[in-house]
Design a binder for this molecule. Structure first.
Ligand SMILES: Cc1cc2nc3c(=O)[nH]c(=O)nc-3n(C[C@H](O)[C@H](O)[C@H](O)COP(=O)(O)OP(=O)(O)OC[C@H]3O[C@@H](n4cnc5c(N)ncnc54)[C@H](O)[C@@H]3O)c2cc1C
Length: 290
């Protein structure tokens, strides 16, 4: 069995302490949350931190709350907590939809929301779901705190704007009325990573789409979002044709990877179908049958 290379271990007790430890090791330290992505990478020597900085005891990073018109989800919230939260499911059904199909209970009991988005795996589901919701990331450094739209948080595969001396504190999702959301995923078997997955959030004024978010996972969308399809939808009335065209546009502009989960043309077809269906479900949940 593979084991990671040798490393030192530190346990942070607060956000300030975690930032201080990151500064102390000056780029050689790496935060560990659930460890479900980092430990396998260390075993494969794809990551080789000299020091692991454990944030599992930082209580400030936990908890789900509703403050000033926002849902705040701490970086250390486990998948299971998000899945089980009824207020979250009522406000943003997309999050329960997504969490239901992330891995299995063992991974969900340990893996965290923060670790998931910071890993920035292009096949990761929550990045697509929170991006569809137009969430913000709160990033803490030694001197400053930055609030970054999640759409600007991802720099590329496995890369985010979080600097070597910073950590993600929480995600914030604006709570707005008149909308709903949905997440659909196709995978080869239960608990597997996505062949393709789509999250959609719509806000309606009567029949008119006033705002929309479309997140794509495993389908080669830049920063997880289908911007062109969103631009097409904004200001249009909901109809089967319009949602179908949005799916076609999203598929045209994504660049799915060719891998063991299928060829690009199949995944492009999947993108079109999932975008249209996720939008339909979100509209239906918002009270607009389509
Ligand atoms: C068998 C298996 C199946 C899986 N299936 C799926 C799936 O279907 N869909 C899916 O979306 N995911 C899936 N995952 C991933 C799972 O969701 C992990 O929980 C997630 O990738 C990482 O969360 P973590 O808390 O374990 O992060 P860790 O492994 O602890 O950390 C991951 C990265 O994030 C960094 N990090 C962690 N927390 C912070 C923070 N607060 N601030 C800054 N950086 C931070 C770490 O330094 C590391 O670089 C699967 C994982 C496994 C093992």
């Amino acid at each position: 069995m593979q084991v990671p290379a040798q490393f030192e271990y530190e346990r942070a007790t607060s956000i300030a302490h975690a930032v201080q430890l990151l500064g102390k090791y000056n780029g050689a330290g790496r935060l560990i949350a659930g460890g479900h992505s980092l430990i396998p990478m260390m075993k494969l020597r794809l990551a080789r931190p000299e020091v692991l900085i454990d944030i599992n005891e930082v209580a400030e990073l936990g908890g789900i709350s509703r403050v000033d018109g926002e849902l705040r989800v701490g970086a250390l919230v486990r998948h299971t907590e998000l899945l089980d939260d009824d207020e979250v499911a009522q406000l943003f059904p997309i999050l329960r939809d997504a969490e239901k199909v992330i891995a299995d209970p063992i991974v969900r009991n340990r893996g965290t929301v923060g670790g998931s988005v910071c890993q920035a795996d292009p096949s990761e589901d929550l990045s697509a779901a929170f991006s569809a919701l137009r969430a913000y990331a709160v990033v803490q450094g030694a001197e400053t705190q930055r609030i970054v739209p999640l759409r600007d948080f991802f720099v590329g595969p496995y890369e985010t704007v979080v600097g070597p001396g910073e950590l993600l504190v929480e995600l914030r999702v604006p709570v707005r009325t008149g909308g709903s959301s949905a997440f659909l995923k196709v995978s080869r078997r239960a608990g597997d990573w996505a062949v393709g997955a789509v999250g959609a959030a719509v806000w309606l004024d009567g029949d008119v789409i006033t705002e929309v978010g479309i997140g794509l996972s495993a389908l080669g969308a830049r920063n997880f979002v289908a911007v062109e399809a969103e631009d097409f939808l904004r200001g249009r009335s909901v109809s089967a044709d319009v949602l179908g065209e949005a799916g076609r546009i999203a598929a045209e502009h994504c660049d799915p990877p060719v891998d063991q989960r299928g060829p690009a043309d199949y995944k492009r077809h999947l993108a079109a179908t999932l975008v249209t269906r996720a939008l339909q479900l979100a509209c239906r949940r918002a009270g607009r049958e389509v």
